[in-house]
Ligand binder design. Structure first.
Ligand code: 5AD
Ligand code: FES
Length: 351
């Protein structure tokens, strides 16, 4: 029987074909899904251990020059109130994050050119000299020289999802950028020396099982350090209004297979997944291959406006409340919290 064959291949850590990935992505029987999650959990434990890495997320601006069809902070969404944090406010938030024990801060925003290269270089240097943290940037597409300057200033990591590996679907969703350019940027980032993260959304309108299988193979091909996988959540004030959300189940299947295929990458239990399943979405992800959580540390007054998708969790909570919430969830499933930076396991680094 074909499926038994695939389980054996997973157990002996053989490479899975696209067809085999499609077969696993099509599983629906609860017992077989449980088996898939168990196998991913075992590989997670073997390659990255029981420690969960926490990354403090600072959403510092919701201005964006782009018009991605799925995204709530797209340029043409005139209903949303826009905000920007000033450099000293971002710095103070980063210091607060480090005082809470986070050894990484993720600086995320829309593609907002208000933050010039010089300003960001200054910010990166300030954070590095005032807090003992690794810095991850998640600010979208910039020039090669900008990426070099951010890296030289002290940025350690860069996150940029490719969203889907299907170039036609990518083109339909992204009026301002091309799949080819995004792939080039991911290559640059690695070349410059960043620990590089990418990822996808699950359940995009028009996305097939074959696309998801291809996405997982792409993760491996790109040799990524970090891989974020979250459900697509429909935003009413976008061109995709009225489409169904991605599902928790498909997201967990992709997380599990991403772990099985990529072995020692960092994989977050995403906020989007927790938004669809606040009670235990993150716990489920951590038990199906994930090993990272990105607690929100943004000032409460801005949180509601960073609305990539609706009903986002933690809108009224502050950094401290999210910190204790997340710690409790991690301990409740018998996992531990890392005290190190949680650098890439693919490079020789002092973690
Ligand atoms: N639903 C889920 N995730 C979204 N993102 C943007 N819009 C949505 C949405 N409507 C994700 C994208 C982006 C990341 C920062 O947020 O994958 O890369
Ligand atoms: Fe923010 Fe649980 S993580 S309240």
């Amino acid at each position: 029987y074909l499926l038994n064959n695939i389980w054996e291949k997973i157990d002996s850590e053989e490479d899975l074909t696209k067809e085999e990935l499609c077969c696993l992505l099509s599983l629906e029987d609860p017992e077989q899904l449980e088996l898939l999650y168990q196998k991913a959990d075992k590989i997670r434990k073997k390659y990255v251990g029981d420690e969960v890495h926490l990354r403090g997320l600072i959403e510092f601006s919701n201005y964006c020059r782009n018009n991605c069809h799925y995204c709530g902070i797209r340029r043409d969404n005139k209903k949303i109130k826009r905000y920007r944090m000033e450099i000293d406010e971002i710095l103070n938030t980063a210091i607060l994050a480090s005082h809470m024990g986070y050894k990484t801060v993720v600086l995320q925003s829309g593609e907002d050119m208000y933050y010039t290269t010089d300003k960001l270089v200054e910010l990166i240097k300030l954070i590095k000299s005032n807090a003992d943290v690794a810095i991850t940037l998640s600010i979208g597409e910039r020039s090669y020289d900008d990426y070099v300057r951010f890296f030289e200033a002290g940025a350690d990591r860069y996150l940029m999802r490719f969203e889907t590996s299907n170039p036609e679907l990518y083109a339909k969703l992204h009026p301002d950028s091309s799949f080819e350019n995004r792939m080039n940027i991911l290559k640059w980032l690695k070349q410059i020396g960043y620990q590089t993260g990418s990822g996808i959304m699950i359940g995009l309108p028009g996305q097939s099982i074959e696309d998801l299988a291809q996405d997982i193979l792409k993760f491996k091909e790109l040799d990524l350090d970090m891989i974020g996988v979250g459900p697509y959540i429909c935003h009413q004030d976008t061109p995709l209004a009225g489409n169904p959300n991605g599902t928790v189940e498909m997201t967990l299947k992709v997380i599990a297979l991403t772990r099985i295929v990529t072995k020692n990458t960092h994989i977050p239990a995403t906020t989007a997944l927790a938004t669809l399943r606040p009670a235990d979405g993150r716990e489920k992800a951590l038990q199906a291959g994930a090993n990272v959580i990105m607690p929100n540390v943004s000032p409460v007054k801005y949180r509601e406006f960073y609305e990539l998708y609706p009903n986002k969790i933690c809108i009224r909570e502050n950094a401290k409340q999210c910190n204790s919430c997340i710690k409790r969830r991690i301990f409740s499933i018998g996992r531990t919290i890392s005290k190190g930076y949680g650098h890439s396991l693919k490079k020789k680094m002092d973690n």
